[in-house]
Design a protein around this ligand. Structure first.
Ligand code: 3HC
Length: 289
């Protein structure tokens, strides 16, 4: 399979990440099929895409007609079999290894054997996911960053069984959709989350210990360390559940107490305060996209 052979991109999961990935692929001229299990999830995903495109239109970087054509070119489906003619599939469902394994095993049956199956997992083992297919050499991590239309990085993660050809094709594809890929190894958290998520967790601990209010901690990091957004607002942006899931993987895989999640994160998840996507995390939000 060569880069030129890729025409149709299948995306699994229409949440914040999946919809962002669908958008950038469609913006780069690919035919996109976006799969999720419910109409509600799909329409929320399309809504995120339309909102993001309208921001780009309002900056004068795209016409409304172009935005409509991009959004209109994304086909949504609740039937996984609709991904059978994909030339690459990128999975972005929630961070649960058993869900991912089941999905990859189905994708392996449905799709052509020569295509790449990529996962946007934030920290789960690519090698373990790859073993649920008959083509572990063609399973690779393509880890995007939120907001996907804005942040340039895609980590290209090579599992123990991933071939060099697969890594190179995923790398070239990431460049073709306008991203700046960096290759890395299948280690928990890869590069960015291993470094960034403990920083976010430390902010949650500091908040619990009364070092400052939510606003004070965030303002301090913006004003004193030139961060574009405070660490607690970043947890809300990424998702409290996603942040907790990454920390749990880091804690379990490295067995190092420095990664232990701040209890406030678990409490917020139990309360359904998952951040921006549910309208309430550390902060309240009018706009959930
Ligand atoms: N779609 C399209 N454009 C968007 C957008 C979106 N969803 N969100 C922001 N933008 C654009 C804005 O229109 C604006 O464009 P301009 O430069 O042409 O004016 C530009 O991005 C900057 O946005 P704003 O002026 O509204 O606000 P900020 O300057 O605060 O930038 C931000 C917003 C880019 C989100 C910035 O706050 C930021 O970079 N935050 C940090 C994000 C981050 O660290 N992400 C990584 C999280 S870790 C992760 O995702 C991995 C996972 O596995 C956990």
């Amino acid at each position: 399979m060569k880069l030129e052979d890729i025409k149709v991109v299948g995306i699994c999961g229409s949440g914040t990440m999946g919809s962002g990935i669908a958008q950038v692929c469609a913006q780069s001229g690919y035919k996109v099929i976006l799969y999720d299990i419910s109409d509600e999830a799909l329409s929320r995903g399309l809504n995120i895409i339309k909102k993001s495109l309208s921001r780009i239109v309002s900056k004068g970087k795209m016409t409304q007609e172009e935005a409509d054509a991009i959004a209109g070119g994304i086909k949504t489906t609740k039937d996984l079999n609709s991904l059978k003619d994909s030339d690459i599939v990128i999975e972005a469902v929630f961070e649960d290894m058993s869900v991912k394994k089941e999905l990859f095993s189905k994708l392996d049956e449905i799709t052509r054997k020569e295509i790449i199956l990529a996962t946007n997992t934030s920290s789960l083992s690519i090698t373990e996911i790859s073993k649920s297919t008959s083509r572990p050499d063609k399973v690779v991590g393509m880890h995007f960053f939120n907001p996907v239309p804005v942040l340039p990085l895609v980590e290209i993660v090579k599992g123990l069984l991933t071939s060099d050809e697969t890594v190179d094709l995923a790398y070239d594809f990431a460049k073709r959709i306008g991203k700046s890929p960096i290759k890395t190894k299948d280690q928990p958290g890869f590069i960015v989350n291993r470094i960034l998520v403990p920083y976010m967790n430390e902010a949650a601990w500091a908040y619990m210990e009364g070092v400052g209010s939510v606003e004070e901690i965030d303002e301090a990091m913006k004003l004193g360390a030139n961060m574009p957004i405070g660490p607690l607002a970043l947890i809300d942006l990424v998702g409290v559940d996603v942040t907790l899931a990454v920390l749990e993987v880091l804690y379990r895989e490295f067995g190092d107490p420095k990664f232990r999640p701040a209890p406030i994160l678990r409490q917020l998840v139990r309360a359904g305060r998952l951040g921006r996507k549910t309208g309430w995390g550390f902060y309240r939000y009018e706009d959930r996209t």
